[in-house]
Write a protein that binds this ligand. Structure first.
Ligand SMILES: Nc1nc2c(ncn2[C@@H]2O[C@H](COP(=O)(O)OP(=O)(O)O)[C@@H](O)[C@H]2O)c(=O)[nH]1
Ligand SMILES: [Mg+2]
Length: 137
C-alpha cells in the first residue's frame, strides 16, 4: 500500500467540485486517510512549490493558490502515487486526456483544480508539510 498527498485547489472548492473529485478517488478504490481545509499562507505556498519559485509563472500561481480555501488530503491505495497523477491528467487542461479530472473540468494551467505528488519522495515530503504524525494513522 502506498500513500500520496492530494490538494484540491481554490478553483475546485469555488466551483463546488469537491464531491465530484473525492467521489472519483473513492470509486477507484483509494482510501481517505487524512483531510484538512485551510487557506494557504504565502510561506506554505512557497514551501509547497519550492521547485517552482524561480519560474515565470510563480507569481500567478502564488496569487491563485493563496486566494481561497484548499482541501488537503492523504490518500492510500495500491500504486496510488502514479494512479492519482493519471487520474489528474496533464498539467495543462487543454492537453490533459479526456476523462481525466483536469481534461474534464480544468480551465487553464493555473486553474487546473488538483495537485498530486509526482513521486514517492514528494509524497513523503508533502504529507509531512501538511499533516502532523498524530493526524495520520
Ligand atoms: N500559468 C502557468 N502555470 C503553470 C505552468 N506550469 C505549471 N504551472 C502551475 O504550477 C503547478 C505546478 O507545476 P508542475 O509541478 O509542473 O505541474 P503538476 O505537477 O502537474 O501540478 C501546476 O499544477 C500549474 O498550476 C505554466 O507554464 N504556466
Ligand atoms: Mg508537480
Amino acid at each position: 500500500m502506498e500513500r500520496t498527498f492530494v490538494m484540491l485547489k481554490p478553483d475546485a472548492v469555488d466551483r463546488l467540485l469537491v464531491g465530484e473529485i473525492i467521489s472519483r478517488i473513492e470509486k477507484k478504490g483509494y482510501r481517505l486517510v487524512a483531510m484538512k481545509m485551510e487557506k494557504l499562507s504565502e510561506e506554505q505556498a512557497r514551501k509547497h512549490y519550492a521547485e517552482h519559485v524561480k519560474k515565470s509563472f510563480f507569481p500567478e500561481l502564488l496569487q491563485f493558490i493563496t486566494s481561497g480555501r484548499v482541501l488537503e488530503m492523504v490518500i492510500e491505495g495500491e500504486k496510488v502515487v502514479a494512479g492519482m497523477r493519471k487520474m489528474l491528467g496533464a498539467t495543462d487542461p487543454n492537453e490533459a486526456e479526456s476523462g481525466s479530472i483536469r481534461g474534464t473540468f480544468g480551465f487553464s494551467k493555473t486553474t487546473n483544480l488538483v495537485h498530486a505528488s509526482d513521486g514517492p519522495e514528494s509524497a513523503a515530503r508533502e504529507i509531512n508539510l501538511y499533516f502532523k504524525e498524530n493526524e495520520i494513522f
